[in-house]
Design a protein around this ligand. Structure first.
Ligand code: APR
Length: 312
């Protein structure tokens, strides 16, 4: 019998709700929205509200809400948004101790109930959370990945498109490193339909874009009083789709590094191939000395967070 894909979303908040919406609209599969038991009814209500858009939007996927991990059994993909979002003035790192506890309990639920799932972590501080997820689940490195590079690259694509006066659809950008202030937007890899952005946008403007990209999340927190949710959800759905449809897409993701780029036992944003086996390959690209130095700094910042996590 043919079987629908099952996508579990842990955390039925802002990102979780948008994720379920996108999963249904793209008809990726049935979706389970899980939250803490005290918020199970909230998750059920949100699921019902979302499902009632089906007649209007024309999808027939099932969306259910729950507070029980048993309901994620058999999931092909689990997307983790559980945690506290950033408040104005808070860095992603300030979230470490709060969200670490949450990730540990979520990891136990996934390990016990969805041991074959491809796990995509969104919770911040991202690189430390995804590292902890792999550690606690014991899943293979290729089955646990973090969503950040696709989002940071998408933000940069928008800023570049606006500066170049081009459609965002034609712009390609690449952002590597940790999902924090030390991220590394790689200008030499940014193009507008093959044309290097350096030919279309001035050096000063590019410098400004690099800075704005690194502070892209904070810019939204300052405006909204909470962290972004539409673009983060869209980023994770692109990754989930690449896995479910075995698309072999090359995407910037927080992946487990075991010597690649000179880093060991670390999660950080690098280009990877995402297909039916999960993260199938880490793509190594040439970096200038300056870019490599920036990446080293970013790796150091991530390492610091991982070391701090081990003490908590
Ligand atoms: N298990 C399941 N859900 C949990 C748990 C847990 N142990 N702890 C908290 N949650 C739920 C909350 O009850 C809430 O419904 O996670 C949800 C988070 O939703 P929001 O507060 O709306 O946060 P959101 O904007 O979705 O961001 C979630 O993603 O980008 C990151 O920094 C952001 O870490 C934050 C996460």
């Amino acid at each position: 019998m043919a079987k629908r894909n099952k996508i579990a979303v842990v955390g039925a908040g802002n990102i979780g709700g948008e994720l379920a919406m996108l999963v249904a609209r793209r008809e990726l599969g049935d979706c389970v929205l899980l939250d803490i038991p005290e918020k199970a009814d909230f998750a059920r209500g949100k699921a019902l509200d979302l499902m009632q858009t089906g007649a209007l939007d024309g999808f027939d996927c099932t969306i259910t809400g729950t507070g029980d991990y048993k309901d994620i059994a058999g999931s092909d993909v689990v997307i983790v948004t559980a945690g506290v979002p950033r408040k104005p003035g808070m860095s992603r790192d300030d979230l470490l101790s709060i969200n670490l506890k949450i990730i540990r309990s979520v990891a136990a639920g996934i390990r016990e109930n969805a041991p074959d799932a491809f796990v995509i972590v969104i919770s911040n501080p991202l690189d430390a959370m995804v590292y902890e997820m792999k550690k606690q689940t014991g899943f293979k490195a290729g089955k646990v990945v973090g969503m950040a590079g696709v989002l940071d690259s998408a933000r940069m694509q928008l800023f570049l498109a606006q500066a170049a006066g081009a459609s965002v659809r034609d712009v390609r950008a690449l952002v590597l490193g940790g999902h924090g202030d030390t991220m590394v937007p790689v200008i030499s890899n940014c193009t507008v339909n093959g044309i290097p952005v350096t030919e279309l946008v001035s050096k000063d403007k590019l410098d400004e874009i690099v800075k704005r990209t690194a502070g892209g999340g904070g810019e939204i927190v300052k405006l909204m009083g909470t962290s972004a949710y539409y673009a983060p959800a869209a980023g994770a759905v692109v990754m989930a789709e690449a896995f479910l449809r075995d698309q072999k897409r090359i995407l910037a993701c927080a992946a487990y590094l075991d010597g690649e780029y000179g880093y060991k036992d670390l999660y950080m944003g690098v280009p990877v191939v995402v297909g039916g086996a999960g993260v199938e390959k880490i793509v190594t690209i040439e970096l200038s000395a300056e870019e490599k130095a920036m990446l080293d700094k970013s790796a150091e910042a991530v390492r610091g967070l991982i070391t701090d996590s081990a003490k908590l």
